[in-house]
Design a protein around this ligand. Structure first.
Ligand code: CDP
Ligand code: ZN
Length: 159
């Protein structure tokens, strides 16, 4: 038995020195702002997994009103969601993700991001794909005021 889930996330960008994205740190002149480490891709993946298994969403598991979640490592949140899925009898079949960012170029970082996500979830790298789109210079993405990500996840019953 299979189920599909979708996740979407957006974070504001401000002047900074690095972006935390897909579990890696990319040197950049802007940083994403958020209560946790603001890793927009891991947040979208977390929501896609929780949605596939009908187990809640990232804001329910890790409320931004809880001081314990301030600066939290998003890999920890993703792993907690994956643990919930496993406990409910689900395993991840594959993930397909899109990052919406005018800059920086994401493709050079794709291998490292795929490796890191696969490592966090205990998956084969082939089960994780990633694409990127600019905002064509318009709107909050194109004007580099925001970064967003989407993920579709397929989960299957564990054998
Ligand atoms: O050409 P098209 O309008 O479909 O896409 P684009 O948003 O202009 O992106 C062109 C290429 O740059 C694509 O192959 C993306 O994968 C890549 N890209 C990237 O590496 N990093 C980004 N932040 C945005 C796009
Ligand atoms: Zn987020």
């Amino acid at each position: 038995m299979h189920r599909v889930g979708i996740g979407h996330d957006t974070h504001r960008l401000e002047a900074g020195t690095a972006l935390v994205l897909g579990g890696i740190t990319i040197p950049h002149d802007k940083s994403a702002i958020g209560h946790s480490d603001a890793d927009v891709l891991l947040h979208a993946i977390t929501d896609a997994l929780l949605g596939a298994a009908a187990l809640g969403d990232i804001g329910e598991l890790f409320p931004d009103t809880d001081p314990a979640n301030r600066g939290r490592d998003s890999a920890e949140m993703l792993r907690a969601a994956a643990d919930r899925l496993a406990a409910a009898g689900w395993q991840v079949a594959n993930l397909d993700c899109v990052i919406f960012a005018q800059r920086p170029k994401i493709l050079p970082h794709r291998p490292a991001i795929r490796r890191r996500i696969a490592e966090i979830l205990g998956l084969d790298e082939q089960a994780v794909w990633l694409k990127a789109k600019t905002g064509e210079g318009v709107g909050p993405i194109g004007e580099e005021r925001a970064i967003a990500a989407e993920c579709v996840a397929l989960v299957e019953r564990r054998a």
